[in-house]
Design a protein around this ligand. Structure first.
Ligand SMILES: C=CC1=C(C)c2cc3[nH]c(cc4nc(cc5[nH]c(cc1n2)c(C)c5CCC(=O)O)C(CCC(=O)O)=C4C)c(C)c3C=C
Ligand SMILES: [Fe+2]
Ligand SMILES: [Fe+2]
Length: 354
């Protein structure tokens, strides 16, 4: 199939010229504030924490708590964390930087001239918004759009809420594109290989080796697991496949969960408590890999590389390293290229893409 131009709609004299037949690929990540100012952080947290997929408690009660307590108390603390990791050169968060760089590199791999495949990126919360980028892709002639939520492990709080937002765009569209979504890739050999290679490369740069590696994933309320969310199982499977690939047993590569929010119980074991216990029990050298985050962000660079390091060293550890996420490196782009080509093959004959 080739790109074609529809010059006019018969009977509609001033109908604009439309270019059709392109495929859009939309990479979607979680989101990020526009700046580290308190109002921008508050706006971002308000959007994020008002999402029923993220916080599912009684909506009336939650609105009171969110606006009455959380959005008054949390923004200064969150702003401080973002300031510690903000990229001065491009004036943005690392998550935003890597999401954009990944989209650009993937465009170059798939179709450098963007003749038939147009790669774009969006954020679920904050900017650029999913609905704006879906429309922009359509305006550029994409009548099919492949959405890639950048979460290896499915969670309703992450993957599903991206698809919800795409669906809201479709609900309002008079002329809908055809849409596909890339499924979770927690056990995909291409993903496991990329993460394992990242661990090996990073450890190869050190003049010491860890006694223990923690595979630390973002947590979720434990209740979400009992309600049927497969996230915990996806994380456990990723950790198991990494152990097999790296030849490590459960005591050398441990599964933990970080970034708790609120008072209820979250998935266990907790990363911070595990780090403290390990140091107190005599472990001196620790590495932390965060395979659930495809790009470094406030949760990996501040909570782990800064805070968790302090926790470990204060409890007696001597050597600590936070392994970089896939970010926008060649391995990451190869992974996304594999995932995207597999889906596009259903729309185009493989040889027609790129
Ligand atoms: C990778 C998967 C993620 C899951 C699952 C997830 C669930 C989840 N998160 C919160 C609350 C917060 N998360 C915050 C930051 C944040 N979360 C993820 C990813 C997942 N979240 C990322 C990649 C980031 C970093 C974004 C960046 O720009 O760097 C924050 C904001 C920071 C802070 O104030 O601590 C909050 C709040 C909940 C409640 C939740 C599931 C219910
Ligand atoms: Fe989060
Ligand atoms: Fe956090």
């Amino acid at each position: 199939m080739s790109v074609r131009t529809v010059a006019a709609v018969p009977g509609v004299p001033d109908h604009p010229t439309v270019r059709l037949g392109r495929i859009g690929v939309l990479l979607v990540n979680l989101g990020t504030p526009d700046s580290t100012s308190i109002p921008d952080i508050r706006r971002y947290l308000a959007e994020f924490l008002s999402d029923r997929r993220v916080i599912d408690v009684n909506p009336v009660l939650w609105k009171l708590i969110l606006h009455g307590v959380i959005l008054r108390t949390r923004p200064p603390k969150t702003a401080e964390a973002y300031r510690a990791i903000w990229l001065a050169e491009t004036d943005e968060s690392p998550l935003r930087f890597h999401t954009r760089a990944t989209a650009e590199a993937l465009q170059a791999r798939l179709d450098p001239e963007a003749e038939t495949v147009r790669v774009d990126w969006a954020m679920r919360y904050g900017n650029p918004a999913i609905r704006a980028r879906m429309q922009a892709l359509q305006d550029e002639g994409c009548d099919r759009i492949l959405v890639l939520p950048l979460y290896p492990q499915y969670a309703a709080s992450t993957t599903a809420t991206v698809v919800d937002e795409v669906a809201r765009h479709l609900l309002d569209a008079r002329w809908q594109p055809a849409v596909r979504t890339v499924p979770a890739f927690h056990d995909d050999p291409a993903y496991i290989e990329a993460v394992a290679a990242g661990i090996e490369t990073h450890l190869g740069t050190l003049d010491w080796q860890p006694e223990v590696i923690l595979a630390s994933f973002h947590g979720l309320p434990k209740r979400y697991l009992t309600l049927g969310d497969p996230y915990h199982c996806h994380c456990a499977k990723t950790a198991r496949l990494l152990r097999t690939r790296l030849g490590l047993d459960e005591s050398r590569l441990r599964l933990t969960f970080q970034s708790r929010f609120g008072r209820e119980e979250w998935l266990q074991p907790y990363t911070d408590e595990t780090i403290e216990t390990l140091a107190q029990s005599g472990v001196k050298r620790l590495a932390v890999v965060m395979p659930g985050f495809v790009a470094d962000c406030v949760e990996t660079l501040e909570e782990i590389a800064i805070q968790a390091r302090e926790t470990f060293e204060e409890a007696g550890g001597t050597h600590f390293t936070a392994i970089p996420c896939l970010n926008s490196g060649a391995d990451a782009v190869t992974l996304y290229e594999t995932l995207v080509r597999r889906e596009l093959a259903g729309w185009w004959k493989a040889e027609e893409v790129g």
